[in-house]
Design a protein around this ligand. Structure first.
Ligand SMILES: NC(=O)c1ccc[n+]([C@@H]2O[C@H](COP(=O)([O-])OP(=O)(O)OC[C@H]3O[C@@H](n4cnc5c(N)ncnc54)[C@H](OP(=O)(O)O)[C@@H]3O)[C@@H](O)[C@H]2O)c1
Length: 334
């Protein structure tokens, strides 16, 4: 079968597209024929050995995908050959066939196509867990989303809007902010790219305060970090919740703790992968909730690019270079 492989750690250009042996079925496992995979920021990090999980070389990147079960190992219950499934594997999905544990699978509803299914779980799962379980976002709260047109960002915009929050989308271009408005954001702001000096940070804080009638945002969803974090926290409301989701800007900011005291606010960590591993029942309830929101038309995953598997490296490069809006899909089989 064909596979996109990371044989040495490095940027997307170092990935190699080649033939590898098909996986062989074993007891307790299933083989899924992959139709679509999607790119997430962790794929950018994992190929450069900058992610918290470190697979041994060679490996295929691609944390999630969708497809059809083609073989079932002895002792597997709950799935049959022909089932349409989402695969949440962490890595290994930029291939034509994958051998996985059934615990990595989620059934796809009939109403959802393969591209959407491959783009769904990590982004919406993370943002749903963050906003519902970690921030207790309520109807009427103001919600500031940084990197709002990215994968987890746009999911947060839609889920926040579905909950009834007043969503403010912050992104690097007017085009990205407009996509967020199309997905339910009520307000938006464009921030500068690159590092922000003191005045630019102050101006970002003021923009957020202006959009929240001087009160600050009740909840801030931050998958970006870097220079955007502190000025955003300075514009949080009294008793606000600041969600630490990721550091797409490339560095982990250090925050003066007096800000938490002055705002009576909480700085809350979000780690969806660890949550779903430890709290499987709660995670399953969250997935059921998300699929219902999808069926009810509240969630409309935005896919801004589709690449063939042979071009998977370009898909990861585009995401790393901030060219993605919503999700990028790698098409494996039509
Ligand atoms: N905590 C968790 O459980 C969890 C789960 C999934 C993902 N994450 C993390 O969440 C972050 C976003 O993931 P994602 O898959 O949504 O990525 P994504 O689609 O690439 O979105 C990231 C956004 O960050 C912004 N950004 C700002 N500075 C950037 C830079 N220097 N390089 C690239 N992007 C930059 C971009 O928006 P603008 O151009 O508008 O600034 C981009 O749209 C990552 O750090 C990822 O590791 C965390």
């Amino acid at each position: 079968m064909k596979a996109l492989l990371c044989k040495e750690f490095g940027p997307p250009e170092t990935l190699s597209y080649e033939d590898v042996d098909d996986p062989v079925i074993s007891p307790g496992k299933v083989i899924v024929d992959i139709y679509s995979a999607s790119v997430n920021f962790p794929d950018v990090l994992i190929i450069e050995d900058k992610y918290q999980f470190k697979p041994s070389l060679p490996f295929s990147p691609g944390g999630e995908a969708s497809g059809i079960i083609s073989e079932i190992g002895e002792g597997v219950d709950g799935f049959i050959v022909g089932d349409r499934v989402i695969v949440s594997a962490g890595w290994g999905c930029f291939v034509e066939k994958i051998l996985v544990d059934p615990s990595a699978l989620t059934s796809i509803p009939d109403s959802m196509d393969f591209d959407t299914a491959a783009s769904f779980l990590m982004t919406y799962g993370t943002s749903h867990h963050a906003l519902k379980d970690r921030a207790d976002l309520k109807k009427g709260d103001s919600l500031l989303v940084l990197g709002a047109a990215g994968g987890v960002g746009l999911a947060a915009v839609e889920i926040g809007n579905a909950i009834g929050a007043h969503v403010i989308a912050a992104a690097s271009t007017e085009e990205k902010v407009q996509i967020c408005r199309d997905h339910g954001a009520k307000d938006g702001l464009v921030y500068k790219t690159g590092s922000l000096d003191r005045d630019e940070q102050k101006s970002l804080s003021n923009q957020i305060k202006d959009l929240t009638a001087g009160l600050g945002a009740n909840v801030i969803y931050d998958p970006v970090g870097g220079d955007y974090a502190e000025p955003s926290l300075r514009a949080i409301a009294w008793e606000g919740r600041y969600l630490v989701v990721g550091f797409a800007a490339g560095y982990i900011p250090k925050i003066p703790l007096n800000l938490a005291l002055l705002k009576g606010c909480q700085i809350v960590g979000v780690f969806w992968g660890a949550f779903k591993a430890q709290f499987q029942d709660q995670h399953n309830d969250n997935v059921a909730d998300l699929l219902k929101m999808y069926d009810d038309g509240h969630l409309k995953p935005h896919i801004s690019g589709v690449y063939d598997l042979s071009n998977g490296a370009k898909a990861i490069k585009d995401l790393a270079e901030r060219k993605a809006k919503g999700k990028i899909v790698v098409k494996v089989k039509s």
